[in-house]
Design a protein around this ligand. Sequence first.
Ligand code: PLP
Length: 388
Amino acid sequence: MFSPDILQKFQSNETPFYYYDLELLNNTLKACKTASDKYDFHVHYAFKANFNEEVLKAINAIGFGADCVSGNEVKKAIEVGFAPDKIVFAGVGKSDKEINEALDSNIFCFNVESIQELGIINELAVKKGKKAKIALRINPNVDAYTHHYITTGLEENKFGINQWELPTCAEALKHLPNLEFIGIHFHVGSQITNLDVFKSLCVKVNEIHNWFEERGFRLRILNVGGGLGVDYHHPDEKSIVDFEAYFKIFDQFIQRKAGQEVHFELGRALVAQCGSLISRVLYVKNGLKKNFVILDAGMTELMRPMLYQAYHKMENITQKAGETKIIKYDVVGPICESTDCFGKEVEFPESHRGDLIAIRTAGAYGEVMASGYNLRDRAKSVYNLKLS
Ligand SMILES: *Cc1c(COP(=O)(O)O)cnc(C)c1O
């Protein structure tokens, strides 16, 4: 829902553009902070969901750490002001350059995804005379019941270390003196709305935690990753996720020992609802079998529908009251690819050239996945309030 003055502001901007409701973002961050503080949980923001500068500033201001998946994300986190001792670095293919830079920056922890990587980080740390803090990213083999393109926690996925490799890992760690093994890390997948998935994850975390304890390893950190989903169908009714219910699951089911910290890596749940892609109707094509609305935004601005068959609610925000004729449209972009379609057979009020269309819940994995394909201009960002 957009207020009249925001709609006014939209009129004067060149489309397409991303609109960020920083007030909603701040309220979401506060809700998450309050709920996580209640259980003494530590939250890291997953940078890859959105690294828009204003968004990052708001997240840093609330005091969350950073979860990075590339060397440049680590650099960006430090640039924006995140404390290095609150930065974790995951990724199945960290390059030597990225590892070296992260070692130089004294980040909090490397989340290590293979036995070979353990050896490489140790080797590079030896050369610098440093000790690298590491957590093992372990594949929990928990099904997230989401789209198969975005599950990460199954043994068939490329991410993490499988459970059958743990004995080899534990043995290797004894001979890698420049690594400090501080904990275990998991990430089941993304857009998880069934909280039972997180219960199953807790059971797995406890099991693996115990396995290490029995072998004399003391773990300081249990990092359970992210993946909490949002409601793409009801962006206004459920604009802030029920963080309390989410954290409560972990409080109930994770067995923490005294002094142990539980860490989270949330991306989507923090930023998805505050962003919308605002686009203009260029043309309307009425066919015999199909009607098309052709937008000035496409997969170059928002790729999720094309990449994961993801749903985004779309609204014609130019429609005046009383215009009630509903038509089924395929809403498509201008890019020279047949997959460049935001939605098929979408029920929409009759639309006209020049109407503004809001594609909602686009704050996560939207702007950050933009590309220059077809030599397209980069979409700008517009905010409802400017943070100092
Ligand atoms: C992407 C990612 C996250 C965040 O996932 P969301 O679904 O956005 O919460 C957390 N941890 C790791 C390791 C990731 O790759």
